[in-house]
Design a protein around this ligand. Structure first.
Ligand code: BEZ
Ligand code: FE
Length: 290
């Protein structure tokens, strides 16, 4: 069949699976991807020099990745794709807490710390210390014991420890567990706003879109317990800059917390109380996720 501007999309989608077996999901994904890519090219009347520039850009993005920098997650964040995929993957159907993006700075195996301990391994002159605490419950309001919380945040200089040679390994990271009342607590510092990496191809994309790189101050959480949907989320400082203008579109109203002056007798500057509700997963959900 002669290939024309009018039939090219149909020709390519019809060819799927012609010379090798593909699953229904592969067919669904590739059909939609080809349709959207083709209509994008037609929409903007993409020219060959622009196609070559995009190929060069993607090649450079790949070369930017190493064990500390995952450029494609960053590009997905800047385009609002990570937050969209998170909302599709973790729809909120009841009273469960909202999730948001994981981001590129999570490290597995943080220090395991007792309830109430501090994640701070290095003090900064301008830091404000915070006591974080709250309860973790199921949808019926029952407290959940033995819930694991991984927490991580940037330092008062705006850098995560693994991007700052002057911070100790795993500074401001920890793994905590709820007690028999579903209560968690830890000490940390007030997270400050910071720019996502804005050099290399992520920076080029930000400038191409006329965007700034900044994120509001936030504490990251992964909250998990067998039988419940793992919750990847963040608590945002209600008084932070960039709350209404996050470079990665990840702020949700329900995740904004108050950093209040600590009450008398507390040994930190500030106090945050924030509860989470976990959603039970059914056996079918588990199978579908595998
Ligand atoms: C973060 O919150 O750590 C983050 C999220 C998306 C892109 C960059 C950083
Ligand atoms: Fe972050």
């Amino acid at each position: 069949m002669a290939i024309t501007l009018h039939n090219i999309t149909e020709v390519v989608t019809a060819s799927l699976g012609e010379h090798g077996e593909i699953t229904d999901r592969q067919r669904e994904i590739m059909t939609s991807l080809i349709k959207h890519l083709h209509s994008f090219c037609k929409d903007v009347n993409l020219q060959h020099h622009e196609f070559l520039a995009a190929c060069d850009y993607l090649a450079r993005a790949g070369q930017t990745c190493d064990d500390k920098r995952q450029e494609f997650i960053l590009l997905g964040d800047i385009l609002g794709v990570e937050v969209l995929v998170d909302m599709l993957s973790n729809p909120v159907e009841g009273t469960e807490s909202e999730s948001t993006v994981l981001g590129p700075f999570y490290r597995e195996t943080p220090p395991v710390l007792p309830k109430g301990a501090s994640t701070v391994q290095k003090d900064f002159a301008d830091q404000e210390t915070v006591y974080f605490e709250g309860h973790i419950r199921d949808a019926d309001g029952q407290p959940l014991a033995g819930v694991i919380l991984d927490v991580w945040e940037d330092a008062p200089n705006g850098l995560y420890e693994n991007h700052d040679p002057d911070q100790p390994d795993f500074n401001l990271r920890g793994r905590f567990e709820t007690d028999e009342n579903g209560h968690y607590a830890f000490r940390a510092v007030r997270p400050v706003p910071y720019p996502i990496p804005d050099n290399e191809t992520a920076g080029e994309l930000l400038r191409f879109m006329g965007h700034h790189p900044n994120r509001p101050g936030h504490m990251h959480f992964i909250v998990s317990k067998d039988g419940y949907r793992p919750l990847i989320s963040q608590i945002y400082d209600s008084s932070s800059a960039w709350l209404d203008n996050d470079s990665v579109f990840a702020v949700k109203d329900s995740l904004v917390g108050e950093f209040k002056p600590a009450p008398e007798g507390m040994d930190t500057d500030l106090h945050v109380e924030f509860d989470f509700t976990l959603k039970r997963v059914s056996a079918e959900d588990k199978i579908a996720a595998e």
